[in-house]
Design a binder for this molecule. Structure first.
Ligand SMILES: [Zn+2]
Length: 350
């Protein structure tokens, strides 16, 4: 049993249990880089401070979470990913842009947390808000350089360094919150950083999609990369406690072609974790000449056995890849109670 990080009820349904060795094998197969793999195992064990992690589901608010609820740190991401990921989430961007277009309000100052290379900000700069009024939090040097070249202000010190003296009209977080712990610190801080009636846009992987994948022999959504699985109910619960009200939620439309492509890749990544198999051997050669091509060929050969899963996915409702939510900062009378919260210690670990 554990305290739910969203509703703080004691809860405990176990989805799965994993050791540092099993978790590390998903990110870096030992056969491809034994030294990096060993360092990653040590790093994960240090984060968890124990020899296992349990993914639990809360029956009260429907949040699912890693227990211990600890985000990956810089060392983890450096070891787990050879190159920093950057997603161009077309649907999330488009959905947010259409919402901004429909809002009858003046937007003078905005913030994107985990802004990446700034591809979303490029879409709003000059249209909804001048580039000089756009602020970004990002830690990767190459991404920071690009953000600054575009004329955006990159905030040194990240979220903890921000005060509520100069609040924002809108805050954006695309594919960030599922990586983060200290949710009360985070949402308390977000509420204080928003003007009354300000808007908060968040996207996360759709928990129903993750459940479907894990129940159909696909890759597990592994901590300490993703540590929270969000539903509208979970967002509503944590937001209400901090003075931001969930106004809208929407699941990205399902695409069978996109699902089949992703499923083929995930199934390959899952099978490649089994020692001594051809799939494992092909992944261990990924960095070598024609390694990527070899991986694609092996993944393609395995794809036909997934046809029944694709058919099942096509028949299942509500498993589009992304959950999009929009919050509204409550009026000052409610916001005053927000100031009673503990000082925020939100840490951004993306
Ligand atoms: Zn809960």
């Amino acid at each position: 049993m554990a305290d739910c990080p969203v509703c703080h009820e004691v809860t405990g349904e176990v989805i799965f249990r994993v050791t540092p060795e099993e978790a590390a094998q998903q990110f870096v197969v030992a056969e491809s880089d034994p030294h990096r793999y060993a360092e990653l195992v040590d790093c994960i064990r240090r984060l968890w401070k124990q020899g296992h992690c349990v993914i639990r589901h809360c029956s009260h608010c429907s949040f699912s979470f890693a227990d211990p609820f600890i985000a990956g740190d810089k060392e983890f991401y450096n070891l787990a990913y050879a190159r920093p990921a950057h997603t161009i989430d077309k649907w999330s961007f488009q959905r947010t842009l259409s919402e901004l277009s429909s809002q009858d309000r003046k937007i003078e100052r905005v913030l994107e947390i985990g802004a990446g290379y700034g591809y979303f900000l490029d879409k709003i700069a000059g249209k909804f808000v001048p580039a000089s009024s756009i602020h970004a939090i990002e830690y990767h040097d190459e991404k920071i350089s690009r953000l600054r070249r575009q004329g955006y202000t990159v905030l040194d010190g990240g979220l903890p360094a921000l005060t509520d003296e100069d609040p924002f009209d809108a805050i954006f977080m695309f594919a960030v919150v599922e990586h983060m712990d200290d949710l009360d610190g985070l949402f308390g801080k977000l509420a204080r950083l928003l003007r009354p009636n300000g808007l908060l846009f968040i996207t996360v992987p759709n928990a129903a999609r993750i459940d479907f994948q894990e129940c159909h022999g696909s890759l597990r959504d592994m901590p300490p990369n993703h540590i929270g699985r969000w539903s509208p109910e979970a967002f509503r619960t944590v937001g209400a406690r901090h003075g931001v009200r969930l106004d809208k939620d929407e699941i990205e439309p399902f695409s069978l072609v996109a699902f089949a492509k992703k499923d083929t890749h995930y199934f390959y990544l899952l099978r490649s974790q089994d020692h001594g198999t051809i799939v494992n051997w092909s992944r261990s050669r990924r960095a070598k000449r024609f390694g990527k091509l070899l991986g694609k060929a092996v993944a393609g050969l395995n794809a036909p056995q997934r046809l029944p899963v694709w058919y099942e996915a096509w028949r299942t409702r509500g498993i589009g890849p992304t959950l999009w939510v929009m919050f509204h900062r409550d009026a000052p009378s409610v916001a005053s109670s927000v100031q009673m919260e503990q000082p925020a210690a939100a840490k951004l670990r993306v």
